[in-house]
Design a binder for this molecule. Structure first.
Ligand SMILES: [Zn+2]
Ligand SMILES: [Zn+2]
Length: 279
């Protein structure tokens, strides 16, 4: 055991949300994956549906990383849903995706009209029921509507995999502990991003302190939201370790324990059964 936790190399690390196949990584994705592997990552949740999921999984598998593929139309693109839907449906029919996402509401940037965002969100929640998949939720400045829609949906989701398995995750959670608790009660995991490490963000540390580790995920949302001390640079999965260490310090729980629980939680949510730890 190393004494200097700052430099401690972790094992069994998961990045619970990233966009590794976005154009920002097209010139050096192999190196980014290698750095992730060197940083102890065993699992990356990848949000995209443009590139063959099996090819993506293989590229990661060569470095002993499980890639969890997630497909969905982002609320920013809700206005184009009817053009994107065909591709999404044909991708989902491949059976290689582990969740629908990221879906939800973004009233901060409002890149699509809010009524369309709501319809497209609800359509995709129904798709998740049809395909028997969990969901990855994006919600910004839309707490009330997102919660209301998810509450109604959560009560209709057939819990085919038992009530011990969550039905989704709230990615990049940035609201208060009370709302986090309400989502947990509906059957969601709460995912913390590098935003928690930003000095001007007051609520995220409170959320981290309140949530039990068995309901907590840690993510990068790469290439966005690089955690301190990398803020402003391109983010990448290896940097999830910085947020794990931040969470560890706040919760006064060893970093390796946070890494282990986040990985266990992700494997349970996305139903990856080859994980050796206790589910
Ligand atoms: Zn998002
Ligand atoms: Zn994202």
């Amino acid at each position: 055991m190393k004494n200097n936790s700052e430099n401690e190399v972790l094992a069994n690390v998961t990045d619970a949300h990233s966009h590794l196949w976005s154009p920002e990584f097209s010139s050096d994705r192999a190196q980014v994956l290698q750095r992730a592997s060197d940083a102890g990552l065993v699992c990356i949740v990848d949000i995209s549906y443009d590139v063959d999921p099996e090819l993506r999984k293989k590229e990661a598998r060569d470095l002993e990383i499980d890639l969890v593929c997630v497909a969905g139309v982002h609320p920013h693109d809700a206005k184009d849903f009817y053009e994107l839907e065909k591709t999404l449906l044909s991708q989902l029919s491949l059976g290689s995706y582990s969740a629908i996402g990221e879906i939800g509401l973004d009233y901060y940037r409002n890149l699509s009209p809010q009524d369309q965002q709501i319809t497209v969100f609800q359509n995709q929640l129904e798709l998740a029921i049809e395909h028997d998949l969990p969901v990855v939720i994006h919600s910004r400045n839309a707490d009330r509507d997102t919660y209301q829609i998810l509450e109604e949906w959560a009560h209709r989701v057939p819990r085919n995999h038992g009530f011990d398995r969550e039905i989704g995750m709230i990615h990049c959670f940035s609201s208060d502990p009370a709302l986090a608790q309400k989502y947990i009660e509906l059957g969601f995991l709460i995912s913390i991003s590098g935003i928690a490490t930003f000095e001007n963000v007051k609520e995220a540390p409170e959320v981290v302190r309140h949530i039990e580790t068995n309901k907590l995920l840690v993510e990068t949302d790469a290439p966005y939201l690089a955690p301190v001390p990398h803020r402003g640079k391109r983010n990448e999965p290896a940097l999830v370790v910085d947020t794990i260490k931040f969470v560890s310090a706040l919760k006064k729980v060893p970093s390796q324990k946070i890494a282990d629980s986040s990985t266990q939680n992700a494997y349970r949510l996305f139903r990856l059964n080859d994980f050796n730890g206790d589910l």
